[in-house]
Write a protein that binds this ligand. Structure first.
Ligand code: FAD
Length: 387
């Protein structure tokens, strides 16, 4: 094929959004993905991803989240798909714990609509949950979840509609910056040239980004779907479902932080729950996809501390990879040695909700060399990334 303006490596969450944003701006785009569209080998599968604005991880993220929310609605319109459901979200913790205090700090700083609830008030409103008596919760109406597989499919659809050429089942083996300022990319099928390159390989960052990708570790994460016991006298099925139960994040009494989702798929569904951080670095090409009985037991025991009647069956479990940076902040910027190369990685366990705005940031950097959106926190040259 003829030389294109931009090659995008990785058509997962962020690469898909970048390909779509670049194609919409009129650039010729070649996207290369080793697996299939909306695959389950990386970071973007499992049906749901939390989206929220009272951001526990830092108030700096909030302007980007506001922009992302608008981007989600735009992507829904462009693709004709329903992607975002605002079910409400609750962040529960000890009164001095980050889960609660971080959310409260962001809500206050940016004047985001929210309600502070005591433990009893939480159970009154959301009967499936019974937090520790001293726990506090911040409830945010404007939170909920997005559909990861649907989002990737939507970005692929919009990119293609705008003329992008997307290859699946093709693995990038290497790329080089050419002396004239362009790039050359070698894959399992061919060799391609372009003026610019976007590298968004998620958990495979160490393989494709050399020293720049070295700080990114692939972490194995498991999510579980459990059914509740809805015998008479217990909270009913609807108490666990979208409409009543919000998405949740909880950490009380020094426990491991958990997060999860209401039942989204009717009477046969279950509550989806997982540990938020569970630092198990792994080789992304040799992930143990088997979930062991002790892992299930550990999760169920922890889940019962918040949902006392979540004693039903394990419906399913699924392994997923966090492409994590050492300080859990994203890594977005121009490659320090090759300004024709834009890097987008390190999204860890909290990047998905930013997909549309990351697409815009990457398209800005790749075509203009700069962006007006606030991304200082994500610098590729920050101290925390140096070992
Ligand atoms: C269990 C779990 C729960 C999560 N929950 C949330 C949540 O609730 N809210 C939230 O905001 N975020 C959440 N996240 C985080 C979020 O999903 C990730 O941060 C995000 O998906 C990362 O996007 P990415 O584009 O970097 O990676 P990916 O989406 O994995 O995309 C990278 C792509 O690059 C491709 N690739 C790699 N190497 C090559 C190569 N050599 N050649 C061609 N293609 C290549 C891969 O196949 C992949 O498709 C969660 C993640 C997990 C695993």
């Amino acid at each position: 094929m003829n030389k294109v303006d931009v090659i995008v490596i990785g058509l997962g969450s962020m690469g898909g959004a970048a390909a779509s944003a670049l194609a919409q701006r009129g650039h010729s785009v070649l996207g290369i993905e080793r697996f299939w569209p909306s695959h389950d080998r990386g970071s973007a599968h499992g049906g749901t991803r939390i989206i929220r604005q009272s951001y526990i991880e830092g108030i700096e993220y909030v302007p980007l989240l506001r922009r992302a929310y608008a981007g989600w609605r735009e992507l829904e319109e462009q693709s004709g798909r329903s992607l975002m459901t605002l079910s409400g979200g609750i962040y529960i913790g000890d009164p001095e714990e980050q889960t609660f205090t971080g959310a409260l700090a962001a809500a206050r700083h940016w004047d985001l609509p929210h309600e502070v609830l005591t433990s009893d008030e939480i159970t009154e409103r959301f009967p499936a949950m019974r937090p520790a008596p001293h726990a506090m919760g911040l409830f945010e109406q404007n939170a909920g979840f997005v559909d990861p597989e649907g989002t990737t499919a939507a970005n692929i659809q919009v990119a293609t509609m705008h003329g992008a050429e997307l290859h699946f089942g093709e693995t990038v083996l290497s790329w080089t910056a050419t002396p004239g300022g362009g790039v050359e990319v070698v894959t399992t099928r061919a060799r391609y040239g372009a003026d610019r390159l976007v590298v968004a390989p998620g958990a495979w960052s160490q393989q494709l980004l050399g020293e720049v990708g070295a700080p990114v570790t692939a972490e194995r994460q498991v999510v579980y779907w459990f059914t509740p016991d809805v015998s008479p006298g217990n909270p009913g099925h609807s108490d666990y479902s979208v409409g009543t139960q919000p998405v949740f994040i909880e950490r009380t009494d020094g426990n491991r932080q958990v997060y999860g989702f209401p039942i989204v798929d009717g009477p046969a569904g279950g509550i989806k729950i997982g540990f938020f951080q569970d630092l198990t670095p792994t080789d992304p090409d040799a992930v143990n996809r088997e979930v062991l009985p002790f892992e299930v037991a550990e999760m169920q025991a922890r889940a019962l501390e918040l949902f006392p009647h979540l004693t039903g069956r394990l419906l399913a479990s699924s392994t997923c990879l966090y492409p994590s940076s050492p300080d859990d902040h994203f890594m977005i910027g121009l490659h320090p040695e090759h300004s024709q190369v834009t890097v987008a990685t390190g999204f860890g366990g909290h990047g998905f909700k930013f997909v549309p705005v990351v697409g815009d940031i990457v398209a800005d950097l790749s075509t203009r060399g700069r962006t007006d959106l606030p991304i200082d926190l994500f610098s590729l040259e920050r101290e925390a990334l140096r070992r």
